[in-house]
Ligand binder design. Sequence first.
Ligand code: PMP
Length: 974
Amino acid sequence: MTATDTPNLTADEAAAIVNRHWGIRPDRIVELGSYEDQNLRVDAGERSFVLKIAGPSESRPSLEAECEVLGVMASRGGDVIATPTVVPASDGAQIVEVGGHRVRLLSWLDGVPLTELPVVPESTLRELGAIAATSALALAHYEPCAPVVRSKWDARIAPEIVDEVLADEPGPTEGERATLLAASAPLRELLASGAPTPPLQMIHGDMSDWNVIATVTAPGRVQCTGLIDFGDITRTWRIVDLASVCTAIACHDLEEPLHALLAVIAGFHGVAPLDALELDLIWPLILGRAAACGALSSRQLKLTGDTRYTIDQYSGDWRALEQLLGFAPGLPAAAIRATCGADPWPALMQGGEVLPVVVRSAGDDRRLDLSVGTDELHDGDWTDPRIVAALAGTRHAALGRWGEVRVTAAGAPQDRAPATLHLGADVFAPAATAVRSPLGATVIAVDEREVTLELAPERCLRLSGIEVLVSERATVTAGAVIGHIAERTDRWPDHVHVQLTTAPGQPGLGDPHLRDAWLALCPDPSALIGSAVAAQPPADATAGRARRESVLAGAQKLYYARPMEIVRGRRQYLYDAGGRPYLDMINNVAVVGHSHPRVAAAAARQFRLLNTNSRFLYDSMTEYAARLAALLPAELDRVFLVNSGSEACDLALQLARVYTGRQDVVALEGAYHGWTSAVLEVCTGPDNPVWRDTKPPFVRVAAQPDPYRGRYGDDVAAYVRSVADACDEAAADGGVAAFISEPLLGNQGAVTPPDGFLAGAYEAARAAGGVCIADEIQVGYGRTGVDFWAFEHEHVVPDIVAVAKATGNGHPIAAVVCRAEVAEAFGRRAPFFSSTGGGPVSCEVGLAVLDAIAEEGLQDNAAQVGGALHEALIALMDDHELIGAVHGRGLYQGVDLVVDRETREPAAAQARWVCERMRELGIVDQPTGDHGNVLKVKPPLCITASDAERYVAVLDRVLSELRAVSPASGERLA
Ligand code: PMP
């Protein structure tokens, strides 16, 4: 075939054909890509079609078969997958012969080919697998009218296709040849082995992502809805289509290629369970299909030259080959088996008599706990090998466990989860300790400080961290010394890593999400050590979730569609059960960072000494109260210590009511101040969705002073007037006791009231005889950077301040600080006592937090990093229309996502998608605000400039991805 054989009608010629034979007058004709045919989109009024001009290799019977199969699909798979229908020409013909070409007109399917999408979410990948299965089931008993011809896209014959292309003159380069042979080898071997194979049936035959049509049904929600191009239907194994979609997905530049393939396979398995033969075949078939595609696209590139289509095809196919051949030996097949509920590695070597690789004395089997939840490493100690070395002990031997998820391998947050699963065991022992072969074996590889022995077929032993004494291909007897433990140069403790594998070349650490597959490929080496070294398998997360749901009240919600299991925190990072670190952008409670050593030590020390209640005398309570008061304006000099923000706001309301002798409270619309009955009455936002129906008459609601979306725009006088009006309403009913607000609207996502609002509102409330309560629970404590308290920004002094959250860095401490006369009025009524409020542990913790903020310069850091972050987020608005505004200051900000900058319609679904995607890229974020469309930016104050830069870069990436998978982009591109 030559390049010129591919049909190449002009738009005018195509329009004339459609007009003459179908009586349709096209408004627009657009070229669609194709391999050897010509496909054109034809728009005529409201209707759209695909005009297909067959290439020379397409025989008439094969086109007739394609027309027939479209009918079968419509009747058997039509409720799940949409497929095109044939539009008969005016004379009733399905195929029209024009100027040597065979032409058909098909109905158009709305949506975009999956190739057009830069990201394919996991749910879509599963659907893709399900589509392949549904199509296979629909065609299972279909027998075509015409004989079926061999299809070059049939992965079953991939080795033949590869051989044909290798015989081309000029053929592929040497490098390409090697890759094609490597990828086709497993299928070649399997076919040559004469092993039984699955039955044959008709299938789609070219199920690539060009041919699967997706529809964006909601922001970020891509549904596979249609299947096109049945021109390659063929009779083969039904899993050939599954292999095709897997290969197609591997053409994408994937973060976690194996996880993506597993999702597709799981989708297929869910609809049409894979049997034993198919489980053995699927991976060789995927590789075979990739090899055939790579071979054919390199040939096509030579034939047609570098058109955009052929170049894209070639680079995609070769990217797939690279990704598919890049996995560790045996891992994909084992992971596929594990995903489908089969034994990941069925042919395990049985135990037998073996000698330990290191002779150890009794009592030398102390286990070293390097897991994510280890109690032996704190505050990042795991990042320092010297500390791990000290833990291992220099003289005593210790053992490192197999199957342990190691925090030592966590690293910094990245786009991908780190490999943390320890695939061998470690014997920690002094350098020069002899290392022996546990069985008679052959040395199959000697590398830098590492040797691999073959103990039996498919059973290798990797020993690393040793000075090797044997050479490659030597045979060794059981018990022979093959090396000595080497002196480490990386400050890790001296040890030998003992790893059993089914094939040489495995890494020492694997992906914990493929645990079953990895541990099947690298089995438990306990027998070679003479001691049980297997770590406890992780608890079953699904069962844990079910248990939680059976005991906890359902009102207590979890973050994310798939809740995160967080095991450890350190500074601004959270570590999940797989040891993956995440940048935490939402935990303003952990103000000085998670698990701060100073705070932890203060709590532990005081807990060991004493924790009683505040009716005894102890200095820390006085000291803490004095330190808090000293941070506030001089007028605020009386402190109450309680446990939570809700309790603090409740007490603040009681103080105001007792002091003024009045009941009415003015709150802002959208407010949240806590959950006690009294406080909930003044909550007027999404956390109390029934507030309009349940609001007592003594609660007065003023307009939310939101310059971006508020009722009065940025008209500060109007918002102040609204507060004054609310006070006036109260006056008619006994008068206002208090005006309560967050000085910066934290629950709205850091919305900053217009300048002068707080001053005006306080003046109005005081003029009406009320007191002013500042709820600094979210926004205070140095978070806004320039000021320690958010109210300082407005140069006002409240009468009562409620503080919580950051006060204890996670320990329940809260405080109410007020003017002396307010406290005295309250004290005259009754004594105040909160059992654990202001207890010795709380006060020590509170002091440690204040010390850390001061000594570590965290308020300054909030100003510096927060300022730069604010500018970077504002700059991001140039590229992303979705960002309507960036609210807040310091390290309390909010990224307000909007559907339309003009209307400012909140983009809540988009915000949810962004947060889910950010999590996949190692960042914890959540939407907030009245409409759930504002991204929280309130990390621990110890966040670094580079963390902030990464946040912005990831957000930039995610917003770009979202643009491509949003309904507006749902128009199918030509
Ligand atoms: N006030 C504000 C502004 C809050 O954000 C919260 C908690 N989200 C509270 C009060 C209540 O605090 P707590 O959850 O500690 O009871």
